[in-house]
Write a protein that binds this ligand. Structure first.
Ligand code: FAD
Length: 434
């Protein structure tokens, strides 16, 4: 029995009234009927990787770990149906085993597929959408326990709403994804002055499949990461296990963790440590199975806020952010991360209707972050920035309604499928309304 639920970042805790571990659809439906009988709200548990309180279970919590693994796969069409509780690392390994892959992924693979979709999780690439754009069908349990399938043709409005549904419409039990033949990615990472990256970013975005960059706020250099698809005939040139361990585990996690702890103890050291961290960036080039290149291990705890902005405003936002640094009350230890996504038509997708740049700000766990995040928020809001649903922000339903042209449509579908607000919690009341 789970007494207190805590998210990965340790920023949100909740005490669910009870936790259920349904083994099949009938048991999950029973749990919903029990919740209805006791007047309890219901939340499906993902892997708790949201920084915002979107996942906080306040009534009956449903652990869907039994709904895990590939249920059906068609290697010819690439359509794969998977249990909603499947962690992405398991999904990637199983897809690899049958010669398929997700077209795009975020930075890590610890989330469940349903949890990742619910908050609009994305990777990077100007021609690629977030994970929700890969969904072709969803199977949900509605508040009264009835099962409902939705696709672009069957319950199309529920489909458009539930692909990024914040867990507000029902319990997703299985998901059909459009996958593609397994592919190799060639990774090229190199440090480059931030100003130069900004100057040529349009070209970088157009010339590479998946491009992103990191920038330590007090450094002048950015780390540019370009991942490009290789032809099917290519052979992988992965990093040796030793080099992988040294660079990813030791430098990016263990050594960086040590620097962060020094920064926490001696705030005056953060600026020089920031410069030291940027100076440690070096060129790296290798190729590997796509999911091994897209995702990495993140063992240093941090807090994060991320906003989606129109891609054309990226340079201005970063220049304003840099200009605001001297006015911050506390120094910033963690880098800023910039990624891209193609516009899509999903109602609550952060990339709805526009090609998007994502700007993420972070701070080491335990260091003051509020003034940094609020300063960032005030800058991105000037350009119509939309907050990632799983990350920290202060917006409410009134403000979010201005940012999403189909916000009221989402709320109409929510009213129709969950009039009693079985699938709500205080955070959802704030961001979607009562
Ligand atoms: C280290 C780290 C790296 C990250 N990297 C990225 C990144 O690269 N890109 C990005 O966009 N985001 C990223 N995120 C954010 C993360 O992807 C999202 O917050 C995601 O929602 C977390 O998935 P989860 O399984 O932990 O879901 P949770 O956080 O546990 O839950 C999220 C929401 O999904 C709902 N939910 C879960 N399962 C179901 C279900 N079966 N039916 C209905 N609703 C359900 C929950 O109730 C909740 O509302 C990162 C987070 C961390 C901590």
């Amino acid at each position: 029995m789970l007494d207190t639920w805590t998210n990965w970042a340790g920023t949100v805790t909740a005490k669910p009234a009870s936790v259920h571990h349904p083994q099949d659809l009938a048991e999950a439906a029973d749990a919903l009927t029990t919740a209805e009988r006791h007047g309890l709200p219901v939340r499906a548990l993902g892997s708790g990787h949201s920084f915002s309180p979107v996942a906080a279970p306040t009534g009956l919590a449903l652990d869907l770990s039994a709904f895990s693994g590939i249920e059906h796969a068609d290697p010819h069409t690439g359509l794969v149906t998977v249990g909603a509780g499947t962690p992405l690392h398991r999904l990637n390994a199983e897809l690899d085993g049958i010669g398929l892959a997700m077209p795009n992924l975020g930075d890590i693979d610890r989330q469940t597929i349903a949890g990742a979709l619910a908050t609009g999780t994305h990777g990077t690439g100007a021609r690629f959408g977030g994970l929700a754009t890969q969904v072709r069908a969803l199977q949900l349990l509605l508040a009264d326990g009835t099962a409902c399938r939705c696709t672009p043709d069957e319950n199309p409005e529920l489909f458009t709403a539930a692909r990024v549904g914040l867990g507000a419409l029902g319990i997703v039990t299985s998901i059909t994804l459009q996958c593609e033949p397994a592919f190799l990615l060639e990774a090229d990472e190199h440090p480059e002055p931030l100003d130069s990256v900004l100057e040529r970013f349009d070209d970088l975005a157009a010339d590479n499949d998946h491009v992103e960059f990191y920038w330590f706020p007090y450094g002048r250099t950015a780390l540019v990461k370009r991942n490009n698809r290789l032809p099917a005939t290519a052979s992988p040139r992965p990093l040796s296990p030793l080099r992988h361990f040294l660079e990813y585990q030791l430098v990016e996690n263990a050594a960086f963790s040590l620097l962060c702890r020094i920064g926490l103890a001696v705030p005056a050291s953060v600026r020089p440590l920031n410069r030291l961290s940027s100076a440690a960036w070096s060129r790296r080039s290798y190729s590997d199975r796509s999911h091994r290149v897209f995702t990495s291990t993140r063992s240093v705890r941090f807090v994060e806020s991320e906003y989606a902005v129109p891609v054309a405003s990226l340079g201005d936002v970063l220049r304003e952010l840099r200009a605001a640094l001297p006015r911050l009350e506390h120094p910033v230890m963690f880098p800023v991360e910039i990624r891209l996504a193609a516009g899509d038509d999903i109602w609550l997708s952060t990339a709805h209707g526009r090609d998007t740049a994502y700007i993420a700000v972070h701070q080491f766990h335990g260091m003051p972050y509020r003034h940094w995040f609020e300063t960032f928020e005030s800058i991105v809001r000037e350009v119509g920035g939309r907050p990632h649903w799983g990350k920290m922000h202060r917006l409410d339903a009134r403000e979010l309604r201005e940012l999403y042209p189909r916000f009221d449509d989402f709320r109409r579908v929510r009213d129709a499928v969950d009039p009693q607000r079985t699938f709500s919690n205080p955070h959802l009341t704030r961001v979607l309304g009562a």
